[in-house]
Every structure is written in structure tokens, then in C-alpha cells.
Design a protein around this ligand. Structure first.
Ligand code: AMP
Length: 193
């Protein structure tokens, strides 16, 4: 795996543990010679992961839409791509990356994670996607997904595509060992005649 995309909060969160795990992830990526692909901002956890990779002599590719590039783009990246839209940004982040890791975040982070999983269950992506569940931050989201399986809206195999661990090293190992499940998306679909 040469490049990992990190999706995470553009805010720092209240508990210092969130910035600490962002810093740890950045240093583990640099140590393993993995390039960082991310949203190109210099704020919150996003800025912390990018700064740490750069300070550890790693490479960082940022991709940011022009609508807010002037407000928050990081000025010291190895590469900064300013694109026309959020959709273009997410497609470029997807194409440039071999796998995806999310740290805590808000709507933007959750949207990016669930979009990747949606693509995976439709067979449009077979790249691994994981979360670092520091401080139990993602527990309620994981319970929601488990509930969706129990209520018949998601297959267990698709739920299990979302890898989880509490540490950067742990999630990277799971990304390396990931095997894409070849299973049809549709739950309880009627056979067409
Ligand atoms: P959020 O979790 O809502 O803070 O959103 C963070 C995620 O959405 C990041 O992974 C970015 O790709 C995108 N995003 C949201 N807000 C920003 C921002 N101000 N600057 C850059 N990217 C952002």
C-alpha cells in the first residue's frame, strides 16, 4: 500500500485524545513510507495528520474544492490540487489511494466513509476502509450499522467491510489483510422472471 486517504474532522474535538491519535497516525504513515492523501485543509484533525507526516519527511497530497480553498487550504503540502467540486475531490481522493482510514469527525467524515462503503457493496470499489475508534467515538455509528443488519437493510458481510481498530498500527494491519467479499448487494430481492 503506497497511499492511504485519511478522512477526519476539520475540527479538533474537545478531548485532546483526538489530536493525539491524528498525530500518531501521521507519524505511523510516515514511518511506513505511506503517502497521505486527504482533504487539503490546515484545520482540525486534518491539519494535524498532514503536519505530522510533513514533519516526519513524508509526502502529503491535498485535494480541496476551489469554493473554500482560499479559506483553509494547507500551504506547505507536497502537492495541492484545487478542484471544481466536492464530487471531483472525492473521486480524485479515491483514485489516488489504495485504502482509507477515518478518524473522528462530523458530517463530512461520516459521509466520506459511508460513500466508500456504498461503492464497495455495489462492487464499484474493492479498496479497504477502516475507522480508528478512539475513545469509543464511533460506537453509536457501529450500533446503528448493526441495527441495520438486524432489521434487514444491510448484509452482515457488507457491515463487516468496515474495518475497525483503536490504534493506527492495528487498523493498518487490518487494511493490509482485507479481502473484498464477493457478495451480491441486494437483500431479499425477488427473482425477476
Ligand atoms: P467534518 O467531519 O464535517 O469536519 O468534515 C471533514 C471531512 O469533510 C474531511 O475529510 C474533508 O474531506 C471534508 N471537509 C469538511 N470541512 C472541510 C474543511 N473546512 N476543509 C476541508 N475539508 C473539509
Amino acid at each position: 500500500m503506497k497511499r492511504i486517504c485519511v478522512n477526519c474532522g476539520s475540527s479538533p474535538g474537545f478531548d485532546p485524545v483526538y489530536m493525539e491519535v491524528a498525530e500518531k497516525l501521521g507519524s505511523v504513515l510516515a514511518k511506513r513510507n505511506i503517502e497521505l492523501v486527504y482533504g487539503g485543509a490546515d484545520v482540525g484533525l486534518m491539519g494535524k495528520v498532514a503536519d505530522t507526516v510533513l514533519q516526519s519527511d513524508g509526502n502529503v497530497i491535498g485535494i480541496i474544492p476551489k469554493s473554500f480553498a482560499h479559506k483553509v487550504s494547507h500551504q506547505g503540502l507536497t502537492e495541492l490540487h484545487v478542484v471544481n467540486s466536492m464530487h471531483e475531490r472525492k473521486m480524485m481522493m479515491f483514485e489516488k489511494s489504495d485504502g482509507f482510514i477515518a478518524l473522528p469527525g462530523g458530517f463530512g467524515t461520516i459521509e466520506e466513509v459511508t460513500e466508500l462503503l456504498t461503492w464497495s457493496q455495489l462492487g464499484l470499489s474493492c479498496k479497504p476502509c477502516g475507522i480508528i475508534n478512539v475513545n469509543g467515538y464511533f460506537d453509536s455509528l457501529l450500533s446503528f450499522f448493526n441495527g441495520a443488519v438486524n432489521e434487514g437493510f444491510m448484509k452482515q458481510e457488507h457491515r463487516d467491510m468496515l474495518l475497525e481498530d483503536v490504534s493506527p498500527e492495528g487498523i493498518l494491519d487490518k487494511l493490509y489483510n482485507y479481502k473484498y467479499p464477493t457478495i451480491e448487494k441486494w437483500v431479499g430481492v425477488k427473482t425477476r422472471t
